[in-house]
Ligand binder design. Sequence first.
Ligand SMILES: Cc1ncc(COP(=O)(O)O)c(C=O)c1O
Length: 346
Amino acid sequence: MGPRIQEFEAAYAELLGCKHAIALSSCTAALHLAYLAVGVGPGDEVVVPSMSFAATANAVLYCGGTPVFADIVGRDDLGLDVADAAERITDRTKAVCAMHYAGYPAAVDRLREMCDARGIALVEDAAHSPSAELGGRKLGTWGAAGCFSFFSNKVLSVGEGGLLATDDDDVAERVRSLRSHGMTSGTWDRHRGHAETYDVVALGFNYRMDEPRAALLLSRMRSLDGEIARRRAIVRGYRERLASVERLTIPYTDEAVERSSCYVMPTLLDETVDRREFRQELSARGIQTSILYPAIHEFTEYRRRYPDVALPRTEDAARTQVTLPLFPHMTESQLDRVCDAVTKLL
Ligand SMILES: Cc1ncc(COP(=O)(O)O)c(C=O)c1O
């Protein structure tokens, strides 16, 4: 954690327009530290989406808390439903976590109001959404903490890596301390012989990022907005070409695309389509697809812990979702090839 980390953190804080950007080893680490920093501990609850990657909920369990799953808006918007989230708040709720699915803003403006009114923290899982925004404000800066991922398949990728953004000095101080074992001196100070010894003042972790990764991220950041512009153009191309295909829902609006980081191209099939067969047929034509996401509450580990959770809209999306290829250097002819195959199959 030397000068390149500092440079990267300053550049990312400027990109987001926030006070503190703290580089970490992963977004999972960021979520863990975000929940700890807003005070989640044993007996506390955090309202989370089930239509997300497991880390969103796992990190609540790391703190000894209980993830309470809320449903999504529906097939046109896979973000957290504000009314459903509000209904799940109890006197044990410490925080609500919103995830910006595929880079499209969840309703963090309304969630923020709701959380403020009830005196609980809003955490953003912004793993998909670097440089995306809502109402001119970057995603990841709406709540007490925004958590970003730089994993290989992400919009801004470096292998493994993450970051926590916050405007709250207390959250920042706690996260900086906990990312490096709660030690009173940093690795860079000790490396330069500026710190003779150190104390450990809290139970922390090794959630540090390293210099080579920060250097790579700094370099990758220069092309971020250009790559996002390219991603949006490809998504516009998908939306035009697939608009009239039957038995297929393309979530979100044309307008939302212009605020999104367009991490992936989500679609939802009608219940009448055999998803496995559809994906196999695409695969046979050299077109890779994926499923974002299997619902967290339906995983074996979560069913074992919370057998009674039922989220009809999340379950519908988890059953029917298919993600089509999307990457900044995707060509028009590749786009045509995917869209022709999808149209023909459906
Ligand atoms: C929504 C979401 N949250 C959290 C994570 C975890 O990120 P990381 O792999 O950086 O720990 C991911 C990525 O895998 C993700 O997609």
